[in-house]
Design a protein around this ligand. Sequence first.
Ligand code: 5RP
Length: 215
Amino acid sequence: MSNAKRLAGEKAIEFVEDGMVVGVGTGSTVAFFIDALAGLRHRIGGAVSSSEQSTERLRRHGIEVLDLNSAGPLALYVDGADECDPAKCLIKGGGAALTREKIIAQASEKFVCIIDQGKRVAVLGHFPLPIEVIPMARSLVAREIVAQTRGQPVWREGVVTDNGNWVLDIHGLAITDPVAMETVLNQIPGVVSVGLFARRPADVVIVGGDIIQIM
Ligand code: 5RP
């Protein structure tokens, strides 16, 4: 598994061009990408990071971390996922970084998603769908989720996001219409972000393992 993640992370380097400011996601697969990106640190314009965890790793490698507001639109975003369907719609947020990940994905022209084979699914939802919520709205959002979906929200107790918020994981979903599900959940007051990347899916998916495949 970790070899597959390493292969995927290293393959994504092929999308990095000289002078680029690179959007960087979060997670163990992205860690391999960051390590490979270090070899290009003198050729890129820096990185925009989706989490404190990735920022720390980028800086340790001497890669400059820029603020998205000053970097502006990005040419490339590289990030992992928890699940990926055939339309390149994703479940993300297993590492609780979904909100900043979603912001950077939206700001980027090309979103390259790096995964291992086990993340590919026909229908999203076996992996519990993360939702970042404002703490005071946790119970309200959970009740609304029960009323509006067939899912069961579970509070990821003890986890506080980089934005100071909490995470609910929705179990038991079979997401046959990811865009509709994302749209419905986005409307619940107190929801900061939905870990469903369907309105802005990946553009390219790199699947690690013995064979690297670009779908
Ligand atoms: C973090 C994420 C990650 O991309 C996702 O959890 C995959 O992580 P990993 O590469 O460690 O399997 O969405 O919020």
